[in-house]
Design a binder for this molecule. Structure first.
Ligand SMILES: [Zn+2]
Ligand SMILES: [Zn+2]
Length: 365
């Protein structure tokens, strides 16, 4: 369990200048606090958050595995309504419903203008919410570079239909895009957590012919089928690498997606790859990652290893919303639990502990 503030905190209303927000105070110390409602500077916007969620990365932050400064509001998956616009933001009005990606590129720097949006300003620089600046697990959120990052939500889409596009869907689907999955490809996806499930959906969207998911958790295995997996291999009951090889007549897969971030899954992804195939890695690794030489053909196998940080920006969000709007992608089944912001510490406990078959939690500020 996590430390939490017990005092009742009133909801921000009318002309209130403070709001409730989930503040990180050090490893295993988070709680709701009353903080100032942000005000937008030039080019910025403030949104009233109507729906958000918790990411596996937030759990890493909470456990002290990814350092952020004490006092930071965390969370990076916001859906909301424009509350206030800074000068210079055009084409938007107070009251517009918007989705904002977890990654908020400036759209102006050399990295952005080279197409490397997620690396805005430098390594991992596009990830600002709940990392470099205050995040989305709050009643209000300051959006930097608003012109590049506010994606208007079509009226026919609900908050629940779009909230997972901010991060996990953009990230998961990007694995299939970066891996350049082609029509009829065979794709293996290692791990079916929220991101892996979206990678499976991405492989299907890209037209894969056969999708093999690797997952032992029965709830997640069932969800993998719903997201487009043809078969799910339980790696705790059988040798997943041998099984994938058998299913591909010994050749291996065209694209292997790694969606966990461990040496074991990275290695397995490499071991199931055909000669000339692509390992598309989404995992966040810690310590050291090494490449076994035999499946890497000692460096002569023409394998490609690609990585992707969540693509952000309003055009990315618009495109993902188009997939939802026209029935090609439905992530609502992944929202297994709903909490009010007041109960977010409880939601963290459930999500971090993977209790009650949780996949993602919907948080209503
Ligand atoms: Zn995330
Ligand atoms: Zn930039």
């Amino acid at each position: 369990m996590f430390a939490t503030s017990q005092k009742a905190i009133p909801k921000a209303e009318g002309t209130a200048s403070t709001m409730r927000a989930l503040v990180f105070r050090g490893p295993n110390q988070i709680g709701l606090e009353q903080v100032s409602i942000p005000r937008p500077g030039p080019g910025e916007a403030v949104i009233r958050v109507t729906l958000t969620t918790i990411c596996g990365t937030d759990v890493h932050i909470l456990k002290g595995e990814y350092p952020v400064k004490s006092g930071l509001v965390i969370g990076h998956e916001p859906v909301g309504v424009i509350h206030e616009l800074g000068v210079g933001v055009t084409g938007y009005a107070v009251g517009d419903r918007v989705l904002v990606g977890a990654i908020t590129p400036c759209g102006q720097c050399n990295y952005c203008l080279s197409g490397d949006w997620a690396q805005c300003g430098g390594p991992i620089g596009g990830w600002k919410f709940g990392n470099a600046i205050n995040g989305a697990q709050a009643e209000y959120l300051l959006v930097p570079s608003a012109q590049a990052n506010l994606a208007k939500i079509p009226d026919d889409l609900t908050d629940e239909q779009v909230v997972l596009l901010a991060d996990i869907a953009s990230t998961g689907i990007s694995a299939a895009e970066s891996g350049e999955v082609k029509l009829g490809d065979t794709v293996a996806v290692f791990a079916q957590g929220p991101i892996g499930l979206c990678a499976t959906a991405g492989a299907k969207l890209r037209g894969a012919g056969f999708i093999i998911a690797v997952e032992s958790d029965p709830v997640r295995a069932a969800m993998a089928k719903r997201m487009g997996a043809d078969v799910v291999i339980d790696h705790t009951k059988t040798d997943a690498v041998a099984e994938v090889r058998k299913m591909t007549d010994g050749k291996g897969v065209d694209v292997a997606i790694e969606a966990l971030g461990t040496q074991a899954t990275f290695e397995s992804a490499l071991r199931v790859l055909r000669a000339g195939g692509t390992l598309s890695s989404l995992g966040v690794y810690s310590g050291k990652l090494s490449v076994p030489l035999e499946p890497f053909a000692a460096g002569l196998g023409d394998h490609k290893i690609v990585t992707t940080l969540c693509p952000g920006g309003k055009e990315r969000m618009r495109r993902l919303m188009e997939l939802v709007r026209h029935g090609r992608l439905d992530l609502r089944p992944l929202l297994t639990h709903t909490f009010s912001l007041d109960r977010i510490v409880e939601a963290y406990d459930l999500f971090a502990g993977r209790k009650e078959g949780v996949i993602k939690v919907a948080i209503h500020p």
